[in-house]
Design a protein around this ligand. Structure first.
Ligand SMILES: C[S@@+](CC[C@H](N)C(=O)[O-])C[C@H]1O[C@@H](n2cnc3c(N)ncnc32)[C@H](O)[C@@H]1O
Length: 178
């Protein structure tokens, strides 16, 4: 009886996984999505040049993102209990890849975002990262509730200085280090 129950659970989980992947746009190309084409434009360059903050901004190209992220074993991507953190997220190169890998591993968009955390110093990057994530879900053609995903992102993707962020309690440090 126990074996039968486990089989039913495994089969229903498997069909849930397939449903997410089945609905996906098969032509979706993550490499193209993360190509960063057009990101290093004049507006961004002049904004950075005139900013008081030298944030050492350089976004990681797709090939490196993939090489690094793919070192995480497959069973971790498909484990809904696992959490992912990007402490200096930029415009979301790693975050978008994490969300992509979680979804193609059968994790729902909602859980993928609930288990992904990011801090980033520059407000414009945080805004851009969130918009890129919504664009990613639309281009992947997965079923999602946009207002729910946006509200999860507002909690989990924050504009913060990582030196002054309390990662254990997900809030600013009581006493700033700097
Ligand atoms: C080299 S970029 C890398 C961005 C992203 N991780 C990627 O690989 O594409 C470094 C990022 O860290 C951010 N940053 C710099 N100092 C930071 C700090 N103290 N706290 C949070 N983010 C910071 C910058 O704004 C910039 O977006």
């Amino acid at each position: 009886m126990k074996i039968l129950m486990s089989l039913v659970i495994i089969l229903s989980l498997a069909s849930f996984d397939n449903q997410i992947v089945r609905d996906m746009d098969l032509d979706f190309d993550i490499e193209k999505f993360l190509s960063l084409e057009g990101y290093d434009n004049d507006i961004r360059k002049s904004r950075r040049k005139n900013s008081e903050v030298n944030s050492q901004e350089f976004f990681t190209p797709y090939s490196i993102v993939k090489k690094m992220a793919d070192k995480v074993p497959d069973e971790e991507w498909s484990d809904p209990e696992k959490t992912f953190l990007e402490p200096a997220a930029g415009n979301g190169q790693f975050v978008c890849y994490i969300i992509y890998k979680r979804i193609i591993s059968g994790i729902s968009p909602e859980i993928s975002f609930k288990t992904c955390y990011a801090t980033e110093l520059m407000e414009d990057n945080v805004i851009e990262m969130k918009e890129r994530c919504i664009d990613l879900l639309k281009k992947m053609n997965v079923d999602f509730n946009e207002s729910e995903i946006r509200s999860i992102m507002d909690k989990n993707f924050v504009q913060a200085d990582f030196f002054n962020w309390d990662y254990n309690n997900w809030k600013p440090l009581k006493k700033a280090l700097f």
